[in-house]
Ligand binder design. Structure first.
Ligand SMILES: [Zn+2]
Length: 60
């Protein structure tokens, strides 16, 4: 189960944080690190999905 989606969103977030310095992803990461690991991945993916839609709908 784990690992199917992880590479994609992990790359996405890593790119945002390290390359773009995205505060949104960093804040999410910090926030989620204080949650349990099970809810962590679920919530993180959901938020990234939302943010991706947001990012795609506006110019960089
Ligand atoms: Zn981001």
């Amino acid at each position: 189960m784990l690992g199917t989606l992880e590479p994609d969103w992990h790359k996405y977030v890593e790119f945002h944080i390290k390359v773009l310095g995205c505060r949104f992803c960093q804040a999410n990461l910090d926030d989620l690190q204080s949650q349990s690991q099970e809810t962590q991945q679920e919530a993180f993916q959901a938020r990234i999905m939302e943010s991706t839609i947001g990012f795609l709908s506006r110019p960089m």
